[in-house]
Structures are given as structure tokens and as C-alpha cells.
Design a protein around this ligand. Structure first.
Ligand SMILES: Cc1ncc(COP(=O)(O)O)c(C=O)c1O
Length: 404
């Protein structure tokens, strides 16, 4: 498409890509949503948020509706600092920026750290919206494979050493979702975390730790990379309350060095979203958050088990997956099947998923797909997997005939 409007030259890089959101599906009525990475409706604390809103407005009247008024805005920051401290990361006030979701954090960080020469190292597969953000700023990437133990740090080490030997640019940042990864559901082991930090030091790159699902680990999660960083600010941590409270509130944050955080603040021109932030603070002050997290984790663990059992019961033997260790997702490999081609049949059968190609930059990974156990209830999950297994069965490649 030729564009006549006088956009800046930097924008031309973004226009080389497909428009954002290609992975978002138009779902037929009644379709079982195994594609959506949303919380289950009954797990969104709507009543508690309603009470928090009423209490807030009763107590503060117009303040949360003004540009800067509510005393609960600093209170939210304090609540986030306390949660981070509980997880081994002590932060000064100037080391924390509350953002409009983790997505804004990824974008702001890209804006201040990347340019069109920068190389970004990524897990492959990874969160598709992060891919969309990074591709707006650069076209240079390193794709690091993920296995059952998270990103393969040995492979990463080899790739970095090769680049160095060949005189190629080394990555400026490595973006990772180390705990309950989107889309694989895997968690980076403590040994690989140590190895990653050693590599970051040796090859001098920053680690962007996206912890969107970190508090939804089914067993005790390994230490945060940020907590293992020894305070030397190689790790920039991104948090979010979308998956554990409500995505529509748009509350996320960046924890990093004061210099980085103040620079991000220069470019964060959408103010503090006083209403959302003060409602969230009001919700948190009335909530036992540890108990809230424990009940969420129990619910998502049970739903993941329902999905796992249904997969074992219904899927053909050639289909494989990782047992999820937390979060919202499972990642399936379907040898010989192009999951993007198969999608219309699945939708017609009444079940949705996201084709694997959207989680990779090269879009060549056709035989994978992501299932979400977060949004549908357990009964619908089982029914959705059963329907999907039928579609998969009908798409299995026929064995090549032997000989003539
Ligand atoms: C890995 C990851 N990071 C960030 C986000 C988005 O978080 P937020 O709603 O806070 O922007 C998501 C949502 O799907 C995600 O999967």
C-alpha cells in the first residue's frame, strides 16, 4: 500500500510489517474460546472492584477524576513496591514507573533503548504483541529456541559466540517471559536463569523480564531474574495486574535503574490514569492479595489439568505438548499439519486456537498452536479439546505409500 501522508521516516520500518492484531480472530457465535488469553469471567473480581470504586468516590469525590488529585496514586505505587519486595526486589520510589499495562512498558522501553540498528534477542516462540512492538523499532533479531526448561541458554551462548566471532552486532536487549511463558507455559529453570545472567554480563546486553504470569505459577516459581541481578540493573523488570486482577484496568509497571525509569517518564505522556490507578489502589487495600492469588492459581491449575487430561484422552498420539507450569497456556506440536490452514475447520466445529506462526518472527512454524485454558470453564475446555481433536484427526497427514 502506498502511503501519501507525511509520516516520519522512522515509521516506514513499522509499515514493512503486517498490520497489528492479525492473530485476533472473529469468532463464530457459541465458539469455545481456547484462543483467548483472558481471565475467566468469574475470576475477574468485578464485585470487589465495584465496591472499591464506590468507596473511592465516596471518600474522595472528584479527586480521582482530576489530573493529579488522588492520594491513592502513590498508594498504588507503594503496594507494588511491597509486592516486589516480597519477591526479593527492593525498589526505591524512583526505580518504579507505573504504566498503562505491560504493553506500554514494552513500548516505552523499546522507544528509549532501540533504534533501527539495534538487535533484539527473543525467545522463539514468544508473546505476539511484544513482537509487534519490537518490529516497529528494528528489523534485527536473534531467535532463541525454547524447550521444556524454558529458553535454551546453551544454544543462546553458541549463537552469541558465533556473532561475536563473525563481528556481527550483539543484542542490545533480550526479551524473556521466564515464568509460565506465553505461549509455551514453560518456566526457565534456576540453572538457566544463572546462565542467562552470566551471558548478559559477558556479551553486555540488557534483560527485559516480562513477568505477566509470574504470580500464576502452579508450584513455587524460581527467583525473579531481577532478584538475582545483584542490584546492578542489567535486568529491567515488567509487571502487570492484567492476568491477576483485570486487563481492562491497564495497570502494569517497570522496575529498573533510576536513570532508565526517569527517561521512560519523559516519554510517558499519558499521565497516570488517575481513575484506574486509584480504583486499583482502593481494591488492593481491601483485598488479601496472597489469598486472592492462591485462589486464582488453584482455579487455573484445575483448568490446566482438565485440558491436559482431555488432550491425553482425545488427541492422536503424534500430537505433543508441554505440561504447563503456570499461567494461561499450552503449546501443541501437530507434526505435518499447517495450523493456520486448519483454523477455519476448527472454527466451523466450534472451537478456536491461535496458530503457532503468530508467535514467531519467521512465521514458518506452521505445525504448532496455542491453547488457552484461562477463559473457558473446565467443562467447555474438555468439550473444546474433544472438538479440536476431531478436526486434527481429519487433518493428519496420510503416510507416504511405501515403494511403487
Ligand atoms: C507475556 C505477556 N506480557 C504482557 C501482556 C500484556 O499485559 P498488559 O495487559 O499489562 O499490557 C500479556 C498479555 O497477554 C502477555 O502475555
Amino acid at each position: 500500500m502506498t502511503r501519501k501522508f507525511p509520516f516520519s521516516k522512522d515509521i516506514s520500518l513499522a509499515f514493512k510489517n503486517d498490520p497489528p492484531g492479525q492473530w485476533l480472530l472473529a469468532l463464530p457465535e457459541g465458539c469455545i474460546r481456547l484462543s483467548s488469553g483472558y481471565p475467566e469471567p468469574v475470576l475477574v473480581p468485578a464485585e470487589a472492584i465495584k465496591s472499591a470504586t464506590i468507596r473511592l468516590l465516596d471518600e474522595e469525590q472528584d479527586l480521582p477524576l482530576q489530573y493529579i488529585g488522588s492520594p491513592r496514586i502513590p498508594q498504588l505505587k507503594e503496594a507494588i513496591r511491597q509486592r516486589m519486595a516480597k519477591r526479593g526486589v527492593e525498589l526505591m520510589d524512583e526505580e518504579l514507573l507505573v504504566t498503562s499495562g505491560a504493553c506500554q512498558a514494552i513500548d516505552l522501553i523499546s522507544r528509549v533503548l532501540l533504534d533501527d540498528k539495534a538487535v533484539v534477542a527473543l525467545e522463539s516462540p514468544t508473546y505476539m504483541e511484544a513482537l509487534e512492538v519490537f518490529r516497529n523499532y528494528t528489523e534485527h533479531f536473534m531467535n532463541i529456541p525454547v524447550d521444556a526448561k524454558g529458553m535454551d541458554t546453551d544454544r543462546f551462548a553458541e549463537m552469541l559466540a558465533n556473532r561475536k566471532r563473525e563481528g556481527l552486532t550483539l543484542p542490545r536487549i533480550f526479551y524473556t517471559i521466564p515464568t509460565s511463558q506465553n505461549p509455551t507455559g514453560t518456566t526457565l529453570t534456576p540453572e538457566r536463569r544463572e546462565h542467562l545472567l552470566v551471558l548478559a554480563e559477558e556479551f553486555d546486553f540488557l534483560i527485559l523480564e516480562d513477568d505477566a504470569y509470574g504470580e500464576l505459577a502452579f508450584a513455587e516459581a524460581p527467583k525473579l531474574l531481577k532478584a538475582m541481578d545483584g542490584g546492578n540493573n542489567r535486568v529491567i523488570h515488567i509487571g502487570s495486574l492484567s492476568k491477576v486482577v483485570a486487563p481492562g484496568m491497564r495497570i502494569g509497571w517497570v522496575a529498573g535503574g533510576a536513570e532508565l525509569v526517569s527517561t521512560l517518564g519523559w516519554f510517558k505522556k499519558d499521565l497516570n490514569h488517575p481513575f484506574a490507578q486509584s480504583v486499583m489502589a482502593s481494591f488492593l487495600e481491601a483485598t488479601d492479595f496472597d489469598a486472592h492469588l492462591a485462589s486464582l492459581t488453584n482455579a487455573y491449575r484445575a483448568k490446566s489439568m482438565a485440558m491436559l487430561q482431555a488432550l491425553e484422552q482425545f488427541m492422536p498420539p503424534s500430537v505433543t505438548w508441554y505440561a504447563p507450569e503456570g499461567g494461561y497456556f499450552m503449546w501443541l506440536q501437530l507434526p505435518g499439519i499447517d495450523t493456520a490452514d486448519m483454523l477455519p475447520q476448527a472454527l466451523a466445529a466450534g472451537v478456536s486456537y491461535v496458530p503457532g506462526k503468530h508467535f514467531h518472527l519467521d512465521q514458518e512454524h506452521c505445525e504448532y498452536l496455542r491453547l488457552s485454558f484461562s477463559y473457558a470453564d473446565a467443562e467447555a475446555i474438555v468439550e473444546g479439546v474433544r472438538k479440536l481433536a476431531e478436526v486434527v484427526g481429519a487433518n493428519l497427514p496420510q503416510d507416504e505409500p511405501q515403494g511403487e
